[in-house]
Write a protein that binds this ligand. Structure first.
Ligand code: PXP
Length: 242
């Protein structure tokens, strides 16, 4: 069975909308694990807009599955990561104004800058993954830097799958083929292959058909669904008070 790492950033986004203590991503992680999540993913951004260091500290102490920390390859993040020691670090690019991660990390271009950061991650015994585009050169550079996993960016595929016409269907198939080719290439290099960004309950099927994909990192669609799935019960509970 494929692995699922649940990204709980948007639980923290909701908390920060009111600067409250709830909903707590640490509690959310417990429910995700109860639901069968194989891992919990959080992105500690340099602006701390959702996940905070407090969340990471408590998640490290409480979750029973794999803690995957998405972060930019900066010295500031490295200090935090070496203190927390997640099971896995996924290096991602980060632009302060972006709504969400906008693309894969250019491992080829930033190879020399990333190398000293990566060496410290590996020395600390933390698993290493890179969030990358479907490009063999990126996979090769990730492998050379000592990655044990790559995460293929599925955003382009997910965006294209929203357009329902014949032309986009053909383009969509081409993107899926490209993802499959890269997944196969990475697998042959001995890398574990995950993918994520924009995956939901409807667009996952063609990606699931790619046997080389070992796991998924999914956040927004699960948290968005959780809000609606739980809303009826939450209202019923309030009505009981009235
Ligand atoms: N993988 C990476 C590297 C991401 O940055 C994100 C978004 O935080 C995800 C996966 C999950 O994407 P989504 O929230 O669209 O499921």
């Amino acid at each position: 069975m494929r692995k699922l790492s649940v990204n709980i950033d948007h639980i923290a986004t909701l908390r920060e909308a009111r600067k409250e203590v709830v909903p707590d991503p640490v509690q959310a992680a417990v429910f995700a694990e109860l639901g069968g999540a194989d891992g919990i993913t959080v992105h500690l951004r340099s602006d701390r807009r959702h996940i905070k260091e407090r969340d990471l500290e408590l998640l490290r102490k409480t979750i029973k599955t794999e803690l995957n920390l998405e972060m930019a390859s900066t010295n500031e993040m490295l200090v935090v990561a070496l203190r927390i020691k997640p099971d896995m670090i996924t290096l991602v690019p980060e632009r302060p104004e972006e709504l969400t991660t906008e693309g894969g990390l250019d491992v080829v271009k930033y190879y020399k800058t990333i190398k000293p950061i990566v060496e410290k991650i590996i020395k600390a015994g933390i698993g290493l993954s890179f969030f990358i585009e479907t490009d063999k050169n990126q996979v090769a550079a990730a492998k050379k830097l000592g990655a044990e996993q790559i995460e293929i960016n599925t955003n382009q595929y997910c965006e294209k799958s929203k357009i329902k016409n014949q032309k986009s269907k053909i383009e969509l198939n081409k993107i899926v083929d490209k993802i499959e080719a890269i997944a196969k290439y990475a697998k042959n290099q001995g890398l574990r292959v995950h993918c994520g960004h924009g995956i939901d309950y409807w667009n996952i099927e063609p990606i699931l058909a790619i046997k080389e994909i070992d796991g998924f990192s999914i956040g927004f669609s699960i948290i968005a669904r959780a809000v609606l799935v739980g809303l009826k019960e939450a209202v019923l509970e309030m009505k009981k008070n009235l």
